[in-house]
Design a protein around this ligand. Structure first.
Ligand SMILES: Nc1ncnc2c1ncn2[C@@H]1O[C@H](COP(=O)(O)OP(=O)(O)OP(=O)(O)O)[C@@H](O)[C@H]1O
Length: 367
């Protein structure tokens, strides 16, 4: 069995790995580390949660320590959260180097040239994968499932994926109405809020993260035991990334996908890709029916509440797209608008103060 030493990794890096609980290389690390150390081009493909990040971070750090000069490594990621996560790994493993890193994010949601390859996930790691085929009560099944996990496990943590930002927002509101400690993550949130919510979920303050596919790739949250697909992913590749958020680094995990009669063809494509049949998840229908009305009413109330805010996904996305086409950064524009509004308010306040002073002076002169 290979060791980090036999792969050519130097002692200080082996010690850093040990401190992070990494004692033996995973297969992708075993194959990539020597090749990168030799300075060869390398493309690593391995299943989700198998340590691909350290497979390039470790040899990059070793090379950098040998010749610490200039800009050394550029890492491209599909989301900002992932950029921060990888930077953290560089910082943790590269601590003795006094490493300097810089995160640059661009206005566009996703660079189109990114191609993340993942091998077919094996069934052994992912303990159980299920499908649920509800008729019109998806949401009631969701509430029932969460309730079940909450009742049956002391230490639990669930990631729920859904297709749109609006759905994500409504479901988060709805689950909070049922007193589930829920937090959301989607691209219509401000970046600061996205990071804050992710941190709250990672620290286990909130047990449920409901997210769009912005959280489907690369995020490494070891405590996630369950992934629920509120909608069936349109592409098998997305399914693999989503369910890969659980059962990471040899741990166990469960993935449940809610499927309607219109999604059967999608399930067939997923099964073909993962080379495994998904089994039906057993639920007590009676229990689901008991909460059906309450769930539907709560959802409708949340929809009405959300409609009264300016949460218009399409309008906002189109506005952002237009800005990008005009060469503007939507986040910067928003910040600038906010600053201008602040200055305008301060000026107004100042004018009012001065007017008050003037009128006080006039009164004094009159009297
Ligand atoms: N050799 C190792 N032994 C044990 N754990 C490891 C090892 N290498 C990395 N890990 C841990 O495994 C977890 C998953 O690693 P990582 O996020 O790099 O997976 P990945 O293959 O990039 O997954 P994804 O395809 O989902 O992005 C991390 O918590 C990491 O610290």
């Amino acid at each position: 069995m290979a060791t980090f030493e036999s792969l050519g990794l130097c002692e200080w890096l082996i010690q850093q790995c040990k401190q992070m609980g990494i004692s033996r290389p995973t297969p992708v690390q075993e194959k990539c580390i020597p090749a990168i150390l030799e300075g060869r081009d390398c493309m690593g493909c391995a299943k989700t949660g198998s340590g691909k990040t350290a497979a390039f971070v470790l040899p990059v750090l070793q090379k950098l320590s040998e010749d610490p000069y200039g800009v050394f490594c550029l890492v491209l990621t599909p989301t900002r959260e992932l950029a921060y996560q990888i930077a953290e790994q560089f910082r943790a493993l590269g601590k003795p180097l006094g490493l300097k890193d810089c995160i640059i994010s661009i206005a566009m949601n996703r660079p189109f040239f990114w191609e993340h390859k993942s091998e077919v996930q094996t069934v052994e790691e992912l303990d159980q994968r299920f499908i649920l085929t509800p008729e019109k009560v998806k949401d009631a099944y969701l509430v029932h499932l969460i309730q079940k996990f909450q009742d049956e496990h002391d230490d639990w943590s669930i990631m729920i994926f859904t297709n749109t930002c609006k759905n994500c927002q409504i479901l988060a509101m709805m689950l909070r109405e049922f007193n589930f400690p829920t937090i959301s993550l989607h691209s219509m949130m401000k970046q600061r809020q996205r990071f804050a919510n992710l941190a709250k979920f990672k620290s286990n303050v909130f047990k449920i993260l409901i997210a769009t596919d912005v959280a489907a790739r690369g995020l490494d949250i070891p405590t996630v035991q369950v992934v629920i697909n509120h909608n069936t992913p349109g592409l098998p590749k997305i399914y693999i990334h989503r369910v890969g958020r659980t059962a990471r680094a040899g741990r166990n995990g469960v993935a449940i996908t809610l499927v309607t009669q219109y999604d059967i063809h999608l399930i067939s494509a997923i099964e073909e890709q993962i080379q495994a049949k998904l089994s039906e998840f057993p639920v007590e229908e009676k229990e689901v029916l008991k909460i059906l009305t309450q769930v539907n009413v709560t959802r409708r109330q949340c929809e009405i509440r959300l409609e009264s805010t300016d949460f218009d996904e399409k309008k906002k996305i189109n506005k952002r797209k237009q800005m990008i086409l005009e060469g503007k950064d939507p986040d910067l524009e928003e910040k600038r608008k906010h600053e201008q509004e602040k200055i305008r308010r301060q000026k107004k306040k100042q004018n009012r103060k001065e007017a008050k002073k003037r009128s006080a002076k006039t009164t004094a002169v009159d009297s």
